[in-house]
Design a protein around this ligand. Structure first.
Ligand code: BGP
Length: 488
């Protein structure tokens, strides 16, 4: 029942600033993430940044903006602080070992993000940084040795810091040009070895957190930034199709399924409206035009007038995505009167939570898959899923992570049902953080997702040694049977 169609892509997913490290090596420029300190669930200071005028700004997420940041203020490094992106878990120096470990599980795809400022350190250079290009050449060639395809995220919640400071990030159309130049460089260099591309990560996060690199977070800036990202993505897709025959493009959405708290019509309607805020991103990028409901979304966010030129409309239409990719970790519940964009929302009494309070809902994954496929009718790709948990390693670095196995067993079974029973065309699954890495939301190391344990604590202390957890062999068996072992 759970055996998947031949050619299904099994793998893992990472992001440069959470995984790679080497922040000042190989000519890499700086990202806003480089200024984020560590933090924890109890002490959520991860996204604070210290500025040169003495102020501390607290963006809501990993995007450089506050309410608002003064024009002249720039972030600074303080000696006493620990900045997790600088070392992360040092894939930069461990990539051969890490790829071998992932290949050992049978992965045939590896999703990673290219660090924009490794290729164009400020974003404004005319020529790319050869050392940066060479690093990803080496990674892609290493993957090829094991028959693993790259799935490349072109932009994972970041812009080179210079583009944030000088141009106000995605609020500026100049950044579209910088992005297109960056994409052209990637397609020229890696197009012969990479078929699958994601133009942006979790692009719908812009609705709540703002686009990367802007100093303001008002509705106009957020939706202008999103529009500029849509245009940049569509230009990249069109150019990519022309430069690389057979290339496939997606953009990645955060799909927390949103349930109404009750069947009261007001709760149902509220849930529908709130869900549409995610569809706004998927519909526009996958269909190539703004749906009429966009006006209501803009009104709700006090966007004011957002003029979309005829030229931009054509660009969006010409650069439609080939597949829809998404992350799925949890579902949420909402009711009339709840504020919009409230990840968390009302509690769901039917679900248990992870230690970070994320409801565990495997059926919600099947629900999402069906809903997206019904709506867009293009192939789908699950490019993040998994459970952040506290792992206790023994003296050999072994972790008995039955909770993770249980989570994955249920989610992968739900995925197989969506494919085999419901007929959803899903081409692959990449689990988030197959090797432990730094948490995006809290900056912690102790929130671990991996099949492979990394000996490192929240302050970066440890040997960085990699060891296999119990889930490693479990997942290997699932992959070698192409899902059939889920029924055992
Ligand atoms: C997604 C991001 C990832 C990743 C993941 C898990 O939103 O695309 O970068 O980190 O969430 O979140 P966290 O690290 O906060 O547990």
């Amino acid at each position: 029942m759970s055996r998947l169609p031949d050619g299904f892509l099994w793998g893992g997913a990472t992001a440069d600033f959470q995984f790679e490290g080497g922040f000042n090596e190989g000519g890499r420029g700086l990202l806003s993430h480089d200024y984020e300190t560590d933090g924890s669930q109890e002490n959520p200071r991860h996204h604070t940044m210290k500025m040169n005028d003495g102020t501390i700004i607290t963006p809501k997420s990993s995007f450089f903006y506050a309410d608002p940041v003064p024009q002249e203020a720039i972030p600074v490094f303080l000696d006493k602080e620990y900045y997790p992106s600088h070392q992360a878990v040092d894939f930069y120096h461990h990539y051969k070992e890490d790829i071998a470990l992932m290949a050992g599980m049978g992965f045939n795809v590896f999703r990673f993000s290219i660090c924009w400022s490794r290729i164009y350190p400020t974003g404004d250079e005319e020529l790319p940084n050869e050392e940066g290009l060479k690093f990803y050449d080496d990674v892609i060639d290493e993957l090829a040795k094991y028959g693993m395809q790259p799935l490349i995220t072109i932009c994972h919640d970041e812009v080179p810091m210079h583009l944030a400071l000088k141009y106000n990030g995605w609020a500026s159309r100049h950044v579209i040009d910088c992005y297109v130049k960056y994409c052209k460089t990637l397609f020229e260099r890696y197009g012969d070895r990479c078929k699958y591309w994601l133009t942006f990560n979790e692009i719908n996060a812009v609705k709540g957190f703002g686009p990367c690199g802007t100093r303001e977070s008002d509705g106009y800036t957020r939706y202008l930034g999103a529009h500029n990202m849509f245009v940049a993505s569509a230009k990249a897709v069109k150019m990519g199709h022309e430069m690389m025959s057979g290339s496939m493009f997606g953009a990645m959405y955060a799909m927390s399924e949103l349930y109404p708290a009750t069947c009261k019509p007001e709760d149902m309607f509220h849930a529908m409206q709130e869900r549409r805020e995610n569809w706004y991103f998927i519909d526009t990028m996958a269909r190539g035009y703004y749906h009429p409901y966009a006006k209501e979304v803009w009104n709700h966010h006090h966007v004011g007038t957002l003029e979309i030129s005829e030229e931009d409309k054509q660009i969006l239409f010409d650069g439609q995505l080939d597949f829809v990719s998404f992350s799925y970790y949890r579902s949420n519940t909402t009711k009339a009167g709840d504020p919009w964009f409230n990840v968390g929302g009302s509690p769901n009494p039917y679900l248990e939570n992870t230690p970070w309070g994320w409801p565990i809902d495997a059926l919600g994954l099947r629900y999402c898959m069906n809903e997206i496929y019904d709506r867009i009718q293009k192939p789908i790709f699950i490019v993040e899923n998994g459970m952040g948990a506290i792992d206790e390693a023994d003296e050999n670095g072994y972790v008995e992570d039955d909770y993770r196995i249980d989570y994955l067993q249920k989610h992968l079974s739900a995925m197989a049902d969506a494919i085999n029973i419901d007929g959803v065309n899903c081409i692959g699954y990449t689990m988030w953080g197959p090797i432990d890495l730094v948490s995006l939301s809290t900056g912690e190391m102790k929130k671990r997702y991996g099949f492979i344990y990394v000996d490192m604590d929240d302050k970066g202390n440890g040997t960085l040694k990699r060891t296999k957890k119990k889930s490693y062999n479990w997942m290997k068996h699932i992959i070698e049977t192409n899902g059939a072992a889920l029924d055992e």
